[in-house]
Write a protein that binds this ligand. Structure first.
Ligand SMILES: Cc1cc2nc3c(=O)[nH]c(=O)nc-3n(C[C@H](O)[C@H](O)[C@H](O)COP(=O)(O)OP(=O)(O)OC[C@H]3O[C@@H](n4cnc5c(N)ncnc54)[C@H](O)[C@@H]3O)c2cc1C
Length: 320
């Protein structure tokens, strides 16, 4: 069976959930060979193997941390040359997409970004994309070179399928361009202690109905009672009430949690594009005609400032 390269997104060896989804999808089109770079790369091997990696190519060098993406592109190119894969898959993060695009140029291949599904067709992998705010679904196949495909988080449920996955050192020689852009400082973002938005099992989002940054703690309190991540509509983000990193929707993050709670969000198509595949959707909105109610499993018509705190208290009481 042909091998498929899978770029591993990890933090100091802890593999992030989108990579587990990617390994699961990769198994549909071949045998996954994981590529992990940077500090802790070798520590990813056990997890990658658990999710089906037959081999894990690892490399660590100061260049991966000290410069922007080009050293990683050099490493992916080395892995591509060593493996001669049937496809190369990346998570659709900003970094994943940049590495993928640069690799595709170098190896003369076509690229598909932001796929939401992947299957094996008669003539190679076929990627599904959800376009025009999810109004259309398209299927595409790369016709030139080795397919390079980036896949959005939450496109598949990670399924373990243990494989050998032994770590092997990947030889990388860095190009002249590798050191062209140096990282001059790093500051860790203050941690909220909440789960990552795209990986959370529960997301509680607030919209324009929240009325101001000073009221967002109402949304955060419900999120914290449930161990959830906090999301926001673009209206709330554009008003400066919540950080852009928390925006859910077409121009924000795509989430697909077990439970999505929308408070004071009308349900515009661009918002729906980022959350409509959530398993259970609950909305609190004072307007019974709000379009979000067309989408929900449970809807509460009411003022969020009355409903949400009661919900928070109830959750806390039941959790004891
Ligand atoms: C190209 C493009 C990309 C976009 N991308 C995104 C995106 O990624 N994400 C996104 O969210 N939007 C996006 N938008 C914007 C989108 O069209 C909507 O404008 C936006 O989603 C509206 O946000 P909202 O639902 O919070 O606000 P509104 O539409 O104003 O809705 C607020 C809701 O709160 C309710 N409400 C008010 N007060 C209360 C209360 N006290 N209690 C309960 N309910 C209350 C109201 O009844 C109303 O339904 C995009 C738009 C464009 C054109």
């Amino acid at each position: 069976m042909a091998e498929v390269l899978v770029y591993v997104d990890h933090v100091d060896g802890a593999v992030r959930k989108p990579t587990l989804e990617l390994l699961t999808l990769a198994r549909r089109i071949g045998e996954p060979v994981a590529v992990a770079l940077g500090a802790g790369a070798a520590d990813t091997a056990a997890t990658a193997a658990e999710y089906g990696a037959v081999r894990v190519l690892t490399a660590d060098a100061p260049e991966f941390a000290d410069y922007l993406v080009v050293p990683k592109v050099d490493a992916l190119q080395a892995a591509y040359q060593a493996v001669n894969p049937a496809a190369v898959l990346f998570p659709s993060s900003a970094e994943g997409k940049e590495i993928a695009a640069r690799l595709a140029v170098r190896i003369g291949s076509g690229i598909i970004t932001d796929a939401v599904d992947l299957e094996q067709g008669d003539e190679g992998p076929v990627a599904t994309q959800s376009v025009f705010a999810a109004a259309y679904t398209t299927k595409s196949r790369i016709t030139k070179g080795t397919p390079v495909i980036t896949v959005k988080p939450n496109s598949a449920a990670p399924e373990a399928a243990p494989a050998a996955g032994a770590a092997e050192a990947l030889e990388v020689s860095f190009s002249e361009q590798a050191t062209g852009t140096k990282v001059v400082s790093r500051a860790a973002r203050e941690s909220t202690g909440r789960p990552d938005l795209t990986e959370a099992a529960i997301v509680v989002s607030g919209g324009r109905g929240v009325g101001g940054a000073e009221n967002f703690p109402v949304v955060e309190a419900l999120a914290d009672s449930l161990g959830a991540a906090v999301g926001a509509s673009r209206a709330a983000v554009d008003a400066g009430w919540y950080p852009h990193t928390n925006q859910v929707g077409q121009t924000g993050k795509t989430v697909s949690p077990q439970l999505y709670i929308a408070a004071g969000i009308s349900g515009a198509i661009q918002h729906r594009a980022g959350m409509q595949t959530s398993k259970t959707i609950v909305a609190v909105n004072k307007d019974a005609e709000a379009p979000i109610f067309d989408l929900v499993d449970y809807g509460v018509v009411g003022d969020l400032f009355e409903v949400v705190p009661q919900l928070t208290e109830e959750v806390k009481t039941r959790k004891g």
